[in-house]
Design a protein around this ligand. Structure first.
Ligand SMILES: Nc1nc2c(ncn2[C@@H]2O[C@H](COP(=O)(O)OP(=O)(O)O)[C@@H](O)[C@H]2O)c(=O)[nH]1
Ligand SMILES: [Mg+2]
Length: 350
Protein backbone atom coordinates (compact mmCIF):
# COMPACT_ATOMS: atom_id res chain seq x y z
CA UNK A 1 0.00 0.00 0.00
CA UNK A 2 2.59 2.48 -0.88
CA UNK A 3 3.34 4.63 -3.76
CA UNK A 4 3.82 3.04 -6.95
CA UNK A 5 7.27 3.50 -8.24
CA UNK A 6 9.08 3.14 -4.97
CA UNK A 7 11.08 -0.03 -4.86
CA UNK A 8 9.66 -2.29 -2.19
CA UNK A 9 12.09 -4.34 -0.12
CA UNK A 10 11.17 -7.02 0.78
CA UNK A 11 8.62 -7.15 -1.93
CA UNK A 12 5.35 -6.40 -0.13
CA UNK A 13 6.50 -4.07 2.59
CA UNK A 14 5.29 -0.52 2.84
CA UNK A 15 7.57 2.10 1.53
CA UNK A 16 10.31 3.40 3.73
CA UNK A 17 10.61 0.30 5.87
CA UNK A 18 14.11 -0.70 5.04
CA UNK A 19 14.11 -3.78 7.26
CA UNK A 20 12.69 -7.27 7.61
CA UNK A 21 8.94 -7.74 7.86
CA UNK A 22 7.23 -8.03 11.21
CA UNK A 23 4.74 -10.83 11.86
CA UNK A 24 1.90 -8.36 11.47
CA UNK A 25 3.18 -7.20 8.08
CA UNK A 26 3.53 -10.77 6.92
CA UNK A 27 -0.07 -11.39 7.92
CA UNK A 28 -1.11 -8.35 5.89
CA UNK A 29 0.79 -9.65 2.89
CA UNK A 30 -0.81 -13.06 3.21
CA UNK A 31 -4.26 -11.52 3.34
CA UNK A 32 -3.47 -9.37 0.34
CA UNK A 33 -2.91 -12.50 -1.75
CA UNK A 34 -6.48 -13.50 -1.03
CA UNK A 35 -7.83 -10.41 -2.81
CA UNK A 36 -9.58 -7.34 -1.47
CA UNK A 37 -10.86 -7.47 2.10
CA UNK A 38 -14.62 -7.33 2.77
CA UNK A 39 -14.30 -3.99 4.54
CA UNK A 40 -12.56 -2.48 1.54
CA UNK A 41 -15.11 -3.94 -0.88
CA UNK A 42 -17.88 -2.47 1.22
CA UNK A 43 -16.34 0.99 1.23
CA UNK A 44 -15.98 0.80 -2.54
CA UNK A 45 -19.56 -0.40 -2.94
CA UNK A 46 -20.81 2.54 -0.88
CA UNK A 47 -18.81 4.96 -3.02
CA UNK A 48 -20.39 3.70 -6.25
CA UNK A 49 -23.89 3.32 -4.84
CA UNK A 50 -25.40 6.09 -6.98
CA UNK A 51 -23.71 4.75 -10.08
CA UNK A 52 -24.97 1.27 -9.27
CA UNK A 53 -28.51 2.62 -9.05
CA UNK A 54 -28.03 4.54 -12.27
CA UNK A 55 -26.53 1.65 -14.19
CA UNK A 56 -27.31 -1.80 -12.84
CA UNK A 57 -30.67 -0.97 -11.36
CA UNK A 58 -31.58 0.49 -14.70
CA UNK A 59 -30.33 -2.61 -16.46
CA UNK A 60 -32.43 -4.70 -14.09
CA UNK A 61 -35.44 -2.51 -14.74
CA UNK A 62 -34.99 -2.89 -18.49
CA UNK A 63 -34.50 -6.61 -18.52
CA UNK A 64 -36.33 -7.49 -15.34
CA UNK A 65 -39.71 -8.28 -16.73
CA UNK A 66 -38.59 -9.76 -20.02
CA UNK A 67 -37.35 -13.14 -21.05
CA UNK A 68 -36.24 -12.35 -24.51
CA UNK A 69 -33.55 -9.97 -25.65
CA UNK A 70 -34.91 -7.81 -28.43
CA UNK A 71 -33.76 -4.63 -30.16
CA UNK A 72 -35.59 -2.42 -27.67
CA UNK A 73 -33.81 -4.02 -24.69
CA UNK A 74 -30.44 -3.52 -26.33
CA UNK A 75 -31.21 0.10 -27.16
CA UNK A 76 -32.25 0.84 -23.62
CA UNK A 77 -29.14 -0.82 -22.27
CA UNK A 78 -26.98 1.26 -24.55
CA UNK A 79 -28.67 4.36 -23.16
CA UNK A 80 -28.10 3.23 -19.58
CA UNK A 81 -24.40 2.69 -20.27
CA UNK A 82 -24.06 6.09 -21.93
CA UNK A 83 -25.97 7.66 -19.03
CA UNK A 84 -23.40 6.34 -16.59
CA UNK A 85 -20.66 8.10 -18.60
CA UNK A 86 -18.74 5.06 -19.78
CA UNK A 87 -18.43 6.82 -23.15
CA UNK A 88 -20.63 6.64 -26.24
CA UNK A 89 -18.17 4.64 -28.35
CA UNK A 90 -17.57 2.08 -25.63
CA UNK A 91 -21.28 1.67 -24.91
CA UNK A 92 -21.96 1.11 -28.60
CA UNK A 93 -19.16 -1.43 -28.88
CA UNK A 94 -20.43 -3.47 -25.95
CA UNK A 95 -24.01 -3.48 -27.17
CA UNK A 96 -22.91 -4.33 -30.71
CA UNK A 97 -21.10 -7.35 -29.34
CA UNK A 98 -24.26 -8.40 -27.51
CA UNK A 99 -26.34 -7.86 -30.65
CA UNK A 100 -24.06 -10.10 -32.70
CA UNK A 101 -24.21 -12.83 -30.09
CA UNK A 102 -27.99 -12.58 -29.98
CA UNK A 103 -28.16 -12.81 -33.77
CA UNK A 104 -25.91 -15.87 -33.79
CA UNK A 105 -28.13 -17.35 -31.07
CA UNK A 106 -25.14 -17.49 -28.71
CA UNK A 107 -26.91 -15.26 -26.25
CA UNK A 108 -30.54 -15.62 -25.29
CA UNK A 109 -30.82 -15.24 -21.56
CA UNK A 110 -30.97 -11.83 -19.86
CA UNK A 111 -28.69 -13.04 -17.09
CA UNK A 112 -26.10 -13.95 -19.68
CA UNK A 113 -26.49 -10.48 -21.12
CA UNK A 114 -25.78 -8.93 -17.77
CA UNK A 115 -22.75 -11.18 -17.34
CA UNK A 116 -21.51 -10.12 -20.76
CA UNK A 117 -21.70 -6.44 -19.86
CA UNK A 118 -19.97 -7.05 -16.58
CA UNK A 119 -17.14 -9.00 -18.17
CA UNK A 120 -16.72 -6.46 -20.99
CA UNK A 121 -16.33 -3.66 -18.45
CA UNK A 122 -13.85 -5.69 -16.43
CA UNK A 123 -11.90 -6.51 -19.59
CA UNK A 124 -11.49 -2.81 -20.40
CA UNK A 125 -10.00 -2.18 -16.95
CA UNK A 126 -7.74 -5.23 -17.16
CA UNK A 127 -6.52 -4.35 -20.65
CA UNK A 128 -5.57 -0.87 -19.48
CA UNK A 129 -3.68 -2.42 -16.59
CA UNK A 130 -1.87 -4.89 -18.87
CA UNK A 131 -0.88 -2.18 -21.34
CA UNK A 132 0.55 -0.18 -18.52
CA UNK A 133 2.53 -3.10 -17.15
CA UNK A 134 3.93 -3.82 -20.58
CA UNK A 135 5.26 -0.30 -20.56
CA UNK A 136 3.21 0.98 -23.45
CA UNK A 137 2.22 3.98 -21.35
CA UNK A 138 4.14 6.13 -18.85
CA UNK A 139 7.40 4.78 -17.51
CA UNK A 140 7.08 2.78 -14.32
CA UNK A 141 10.73 2.60 -13.45
CA UNK A 142 11.21 1.83 -9.80
CA UNK A 143 12.69 4.43 -7.48
CA UNK A 144 15.31 3.02 -5.10
CA UNK A 145 14.87 3.69 -1.40
CA UNK A 146 18.13 5.65 -1.18
CA UNK A 147 16.70 8.36 -3.38
CA UNK A 148 14.85 10.80 -1.18
CA UNK A 149 12.66 12.62 -0.96
CA UNK A 150 10.30 10.71 -3.21
CA UNK A 151 8.56 13.61 -4.93
CA UNK A 152 4.87 13.55 -5.79
CA UNK A 153 3.61 16.47 -7.84
CA UNK A 154 -0.14 17.02 -7.73
CA UNK A 155 -1.84 18.76 -10.66
CA UNK A 156 -5.38 19.47 -11.84
CA UNK A 157 -7.87 22.29 -12.36
CA UNK A 158 -9.30 24.28 -9.45
CA UNK A 159 -12.02 22.67 -7.38
CA UNK A 160 -11.32 19.07 -8.36
CA UNK A 161 -10.03 18.19 -4.90
CA UNK A 162 -6.26 18.65 -5.11
CA UNK A 163 -5.77 20.11 -1.66
CA UNK A 164 -8.14 17.65 -0.02
CA UNK A 165 -6.43 14.73 -1.73
CA UNK A 166 -3.00 15.97 -0.67
CA UNK A 167 -4.21 16.07 2.93
CA UNK A 168 -5.58 12.53 2.72
CA UNK A 169 -2.50 11.28 0.93
CA UNK A 170 -0.11 12.87 3.43
CA UNK A 171 -2.04 11.23 6.26
CA UNK A 172 -1.99 7.89 4.53
CA UNK A 173 1.68 7.89 3.63
CA UNK A 174 2.61 9.13 7.09
CA UNK A 175 0.60 6.42 8.78
CA UNK A 176 2.55 3.89 6.73
CA UNK A 177 5.61 5.00 8.65
CA UNK A 178 7.10 7.68 6.44
CA UNK A 179 8.18 11.20 7.12
CA UNK A 180 6.17 13.47 4.84
CA UNK A 181 6.48 17.11 3.86
CA UNK A 182 3.99 19.22 1.93
CA UNK A 183 4.99 22.04 -0.38
CA UNK A 184 2.47 24.86 -0.97
CA UNK A 185 3.34 25.77 -4.53
CA UNK A 186 -0.13 27.09 -5.35
CA UNK A 187 0.97 30.63 -4.58
CA UNK A 188 -1.59 32.13 -6.90
CA UNK A 189 -4.47 32.28 -4.40
CA UNK A 190 -3.90 33.46 -0.84
CA UNK A 191 -6.63 31.14 0.44
CA UNK A 192 -4.86 28.11 -1.01
CA UNK A 193 -2.16 28.24 1.69
CA UNK A 194 -4.68 28.47 4.53
CA UNK A 195 -6.66 25.49 3.34
CA UNK A 196 -3.51 23.43 2.85
CA UNK A 197 -2.29 24.48 6.30
CA UNK A 198 -5.47 23.07 7.85
CA UNK A 199 -4.97 19.74 6.14
CA UNK A 200 -1.26 19.69 7.02
CA UNK A 201 -2.13 20.19 10.66
CA UNK A 202 -4.84 17.53 10.57
CA UNK A 203 -2.44 14.98 9.18
CA UNK A 204 0.42 16.18 11.39
CA UNK A 205 2.71 16.93 8.47
CA UNK A 206 4.91 20.05 8.12
CA UNK A 207 4.03 22.51 5.39
CA UNK A 208 6.58 24.59 3.53
CA UNK A 209 5.06 27.83 2.28
CA UNK A 210 5.86 31.40 1.31
CA UNK A 211 3.78 34.49 0.77
CA UNK A 212 1.23 34.55 -2.04
CA UNK A 213 2.63 35.59 -5.38
CA UNK A 214 6.04 33.96 -4.80
CA UNK A 215 7.38 32.05 -7.79
CA UNK A 216 6.09 28.46 -7.26
CA UNK A 217 9.46 27.13 -8.36
CA UNK A 218 11.13 29.07 -5.55
CA UNK A 219 8.81 27.48 -2.97
CA UNK A 220 9.47 24.11 -4.53
CA UNK A 221 13.23 24.64 -4.34
CA UNK A 222 12.94 25.60 -0.67
CA UNK A 223 10.81 22.63 0.18
CA UNK A 224 13.23 20.22 -1.49
CA UNK A 225 16.06 21.66 0.60
CA UNK A 226 13.90 21.35 3.71
CA UNK A 227 13.02 17.76 2.85
CA UNK A 228 16.69 16.92 2.33
CA UNK A 229 17.69 18.59 5.58
CA UNK A 230 15.15 16.47 7.48
CA UNK A 231 15.91 13.40 5.42
CA UNK A 232 12.17 13.20 4.69
CA UNK A 233 10.88 10.20 2.78
CA UNK A 234 8.25 11.97 0.74
CA UNK A 235 7.53 15.46 -0.53
CA UNK A 236 4.05 16.22 -1.86
CA UNK A 237 3.66 19.35 -3.97
CA UNK A 238 0.41 21.27 -4.35
CA UNK A 239 0.22 23.29 -7.57
CA UNK A 240 -2.06 25.98 -8.98
CA UNK A 241 -4.87 24.80 -11.19
CA UNK A 242 -5.85 27.65 -13.42
CA UNK A 243 -6.39 26.06 -16.77
CA UNK A 244 -7.56 29.23 -18.49
CA UNK A 245 -4.03 30.55 -18.73
CA UNK A 246 -2.90 27.30 -20.18
CA UNK A 247 0.38 28.33 -21.77
CA UNK A 248 1.54 29.95 -18.58
CA UNK A 249 0.45 27.00 -16.50
CA UNK A 250 2.31 24.61 -18.75
CA UNK A 251 5.47 26.69 -18.53
CA UNK A 252 5.16 26.91 -14.78
CA UNK A 253 4.63 23.17 -14.32
CA UNK A 254 7.45 22.43 -16.71
CA UNK A 255 9.78 24.73 -14.79
CA UNK A 256 8.86 23.02 -11.53
CA UNK A 257 9.41 19.63 -13.09
CA UNK A 258 12.87 20.75 -14.25
CA UNK A 259 13.84 22.02 -10.83
CA UNK A 260 12.66 18.84 -9.13
CA UNK A 261 14.65 16.69 -11.55
CA UNK A 262 17.75 18.82 -11.07
CA UNK A 263 17.57 18.53 -7.29
CA UNK A 264 16.56 14.90 -6.88
CA UNK A 265 17.37 12.04 -9.23
CA UNK A 266 14.39 10.97 -11.31
CA UNK A 267 12.04 13.53 -9.73
CA UNK A 268 9.16 14.11 -9.84
CA UNK A 269 8.74 10.39 -9.27
CA UNK A 270 5.02 10.63 -9.54
CA UNK A 271 2.82 13.25 -11.21
CA UNK A 272 -0.72 12.70 -9.94
CA UNK A 273 -3.53 14.27 -11.92
CA UNK A 274 -6.61 14.88 -9.84
CA UNK A 275 -9.87 14.47 -11.68
CA UNK A 276 -13.37 15.15 -10.40
CA UNK A 277 -15.71 12.24 -11.20
CA UNK A 278 -18.72 14.57 -11.09
CA UNK A 279 -17.49 16.48 -14.14
CA UNK A 280 -17.63 13.34 -16.25
CA UNK A 281 -16.69 13.67 -19.89
CA UNK A 282 -15.71 17.32 -19.33
CA UNK A 283 -13.18 16.25 -16.76
CA UNK A 284 -11.85 13.73 -19.23
CA UNK A 285 -11.16 16.51 -21.71
CA UNK A 286 -9.37 18.56 -19.03
CA UNK A 287 -7.33 15.51 -18.14
CA UNK A 288 -6.29 15.16 -21.77
CA UNK A 289 -5.05 18.74 -21.77
CA UNK A 290 -3.05 18.22 -18.62
CA UNK A 291 -1.39 15.12 -19.97
CA UNK A 292 -0.12 17.26 -22.81
CA UNK A 293 1.39 19.78 -20.38
CA UNK A 294 3.06 17.40 -17.91
CA UNK A 295 4.03 13.74 -17.97
CA UNK A 296 1.21 12.46 -15.79
CA UNK A 297 1.96 9.07 -14.20
CA UNK A 298 -1.27 8.43 -12.33
CA UNK A 299 -4.79 9.62 -11.68
CA UNK A 300 -6.80 10.23 -8.56
CA UNK A 301 -10.53 10.25 -9.24
CA UNK A 302 -12.24 12.32 -6.55
CA UNK A 303 -15.89 12.60 -5.51
CA UNK A 304 -16.78 9.15 -6.78
CA UNK A 305 -19.21 9.14 -3.86
CA UNK A 306 -21.02 12.16 -5.26
CA UNK A 307 -21.89 11.00 -8.75
CA UNK A 308 -24.18 8.59 -10.55
CA UNK A 309 -21.78 8.75 -13.47
CA UNK A 310 -19.02 6.63 -12.01
CA UNK A 311 -18.80 4.86 -15.37
CA UNK A 312 -16.20 7.54 -16.11
CA UNK A 313 -13.72 5.03 -14.65
CA UNK A 314 -14.25 2.92 -17.78
CA UNK A 315 -13.88 5.92 -20.09
CA UNK A 316 -10.60 6.83 -18.38
CA UNK A 317 -9.22 3.32 -18.77
CA UNK A 318 -10.27 3.19 -22.38
CA UNK A 319 -9.23 6.65 -23.50
CA UNK A 320 -6.46 7.98 -21.27
CA UNK A 321 -4.32 4.94 -20.68
CA UNK A 322 -3.23 6.37 -17.33
CA UNK A 323 -3.71 4.20 -14.26
CA UNK A 324 -6.16 5.31 -11.59
CA UNK A 325 -4.14 5.08 -8.37
CA UNK A 326 -6.71 6.23 -5.83
CA UNK A 327 -10.33 7.28 -5.63
CA UNK A 328 -11.78 9.92 -3.32
CA UNK A 329 -14.91 8.69 -1.61
CA UNK A 330 -15.75 11.55 0.77
CA UNK A 331 -14.41 14.63 2.47
CA UNK A 332 -12.79 13.03 5.50
CA UNK A 333 -9.17 12.12 6.07
CA UNK A 334 -9.70 8.40 5.50
CA UNK A 335 -11.84 8.82 2.42
CA UNK A 336 -9.12 7.96 -0.04
CA UNK A 337 -8.89 4.37 -1.18
CA UNK A 338 -6.72 2.51 -3.61
CA UNK A 339 -8.45 1.88 -6.89
CA UNK A 340 -9.21 -1.76 -7.59
CA UNK A 341 -10.88 -2.99 -10.80
CA UNK A 342 -12.24 -5.96 -8.90
CA UNK A 343 -13.78 -3.85 -6.13
CA UNK A 344 -15.18 -1.42 -8.67
CA UNK A 345 -16.95 -4.07 -10.76
CA UNK A 346 -18.16 -5.90 -7.66
CA UNK A 347 -19.44 -2.62 -6.26
CA UNK A 348 -21.37 -1.95 -9.45
CA UNK A 349 -22.97 -5.34 -9.89
CA UNK A 350 -23.38 -6.98 -6.50
N1 LIG B 1 -17.73 14.20 -1.61
C1 LIG B 1 -16.44 14.45 -1.85
N2 LIG B 1 -15.99 15.72 -1.84
C2 LIG B 1 -14.68 15.95 -2.10
C3 LIG B 1 -13.78 14.89 -2.40
N3 LIG B 1 -12.55 15.42 -2.62
C4 LIG B 1 -12.70 16.78 -2.47
N4 LIG B 1 -13.97 17.11 -2.16
C5 LIG B 1 -14.52 18.45 -1.93
O1 LIG B 1 -14.35 19.23 -3.11
C6 LIG B 1 -14.14 20.61 -2.80
C7 LIG B 1 -12.90 21.16 -3.50
O2 LIG B 1 -11.76 20.52 -2.98
P1 LIG B 1 -10.31 21.19 -2.95
O3 LIG B 1 -9.40 20.20 -2.33
O4 LIG B 1 -10.35 22.53 -2.34
O5 LIG B 1 -9.99 21.34 -4.51
P2 LIG B 1 -8.74 22.04 -5.24
O6 LIG B 1 -9.21 23.39 -5.68
O7 LIG B 1 -8.44 21.18 -6.42
O8 LIG B 1 -7.61 22.11 -4.29
C8 LIG B 1 -14.07 20.67 -1.29
O9 LIG B 1 -15.31 21.10 -0.79
C9 LIG B 1 -13.79 19.23 -0.86
O10 LIG B 1 -14.29 18.93 0.42
C10 LIG B 1 -14.31 13.53 -2.43
O11 LIG B 1 -13.62 12.54 -2.71
N5 LIG B 1 -15.64 13.38 -2.16
MG1 LIG C 1 -6.34 23.73 -3.76
Amino acid sequence: MAFWKRKKEPEFISLGLNRAATAEEEAIAARRDEGPEPEFLEKFATAVASTRENLTDRIDAVIGSRREIDAAVLDELEEALIGADIGVGTAMEIIEKARQQVNRKQLSDVDELKRLIKSELREILDTAERNRKQGTVASETEVPLEIRPYIIMVVGVNGVGKTTTIGKLAHRIKSEGNEVLICAADTFRAAANDQLAIWAERSGVPLIQQKPGTDPSAVLFDSIQAAKARNADVLIIDTAGRLHTKTHLMQELEKMRRIASREVEGAPHEVLLIMDAVTGQNGLEQARQFTKAVPVTGLVLTKLDGTAKGGIVIAIAKELGIPIRYVGVGEQMNDLIEFSPEAYIKGLFN
